[in-house]
Ligand binder design. Structure first.
Ligand code: SF4
Length: 291
């Protein structure tokens, strides 16, 4: 039997037997390839790795990765992932989501997971539309986009996931184009290695409801980080976050910081509780009763 301490895993160890049912040409294929490569790069033991998702095309991901997995309910992937990580902080936890799942019903979970600095890697496959339910306007759909639910063009301004992540306290923020599998996998691997909440904004075209030309449109907007960009600088990150992705899409590691994780806080609380002796429920109840 292989010694787990020296086991080396390869891309094929993470491929499940399920064949993806995404539309031919969907940007999600680049992300699943990126996940396989990233897990191999960090040598993640499949027995100690969990992929969690909500609902949507992108949320089919757990079925395609041969690790433990949890396909949860719409918008709640981060709540479940937080529970998984707190129950066993040794696990590698990767969350697969989309713009509809993550930035509509899931927005509050995103904000609070970033604020708490839960040590999970959150991948948002942003295609700017609800694909699974056949092409409705989503929170990141561009202004004026005509969809089945915006016949005269999207009347609303889109959410800005990178700016939201930065303002919510995420300690790792990166952006990649799913058509660039190498960069996608490199940044996912870096996000997994990071201790804390890692947010990957993955620009992932939906060819069926946004058109096949999306790949060329996105490629035409891609830009590397400006020379001298310092990922430790919030000001530098803010400049990238405020860019209009309808004009320019800057890819790379945008921001990285170090601060205690939620799991660190829980471990510290357990240490303090152990030091103060056994907990008395009766004493707690008595403390609420006036003398
Ligand atoms: Fe991909 Fe769009 Fe098809 Fe969903 S509907 S599988 S996002 S191309």
């Amino acid at each position: 039997m292989a010694n787990k301490a020296v086991a080396r895993f390869t891309v094929k160890d993470y491929k499940s037997d399920l064949k993806p049912v995404w539309c031919p040409g969907c940007g999600d294929f680049g992300v699943v390839a990126g996940i396989y490569q990233a897990l191999a790069k960090v040598n993640a033991d499949p027995d100690n790795t969990v992929v969690v998702s909500g609902i949507g095309c992108s949320s089919r991901m757990p079925g395609y990765v041969a690790t433990y997995s949890f396909n949860t309910i719409h918008g709640r992937s981060l709540a479940v992932a937080t529970g998984v990580k707190l129950a066993n902080p040794e696990l590698t936890v990767v969350v697969a989501s989309g713009d509809g799942d993550g930035f509509a019903i899931g927005t509050s979970h995103f904000v609070h997971s970033a604020r708490r600095n839960v040590d999970v890697t959150y991948l948002c496959m942003d295609n700017g539309i609800y694909g699974l339910t056949k092409g409705q306007v989503s929170p990141t759909s561009p202004h004026d986009l005509v969809t089945k639910t915006s016949a005269y063009g999207n009347l609303e301004e889109p959410m800005n996931p990178v700016l939201l992540a930065l303002s919510s306290g995420a300690t790792f923020i990166a952006r990649a184009f799913s058509g660039d599998v190498k960069m996608t996998s490199d940044l996912i691997a870096e996000g997994i290695r990071h201790r804390g909440f890692s947010f990957l904004h993955l620009v992932t075209p939906c060819v069926t409801y946004r058109g096949r030309e999306q790949f060329d449109i996105v490629r035409g907007r891609l830009r590397s980080l400006p020379e001298g960009h310092d990922p430790a600088s919030r000001d530098d990150a803010r400049r990238i976050a405020f860019e209009d992705v309808e004009q320019v899409i800057t890819v790379g590691l945008i921001y990285k910081a170090v601060r205690p994780t939620l799991e660190d806080g829980h471990a510290e609380a357990r240490r303090r509780a152990a030091a103060t002796g056994p907990f008395s429920y009766s004493d707690l109840v008595r403390s609420f009763i006036p003398d």
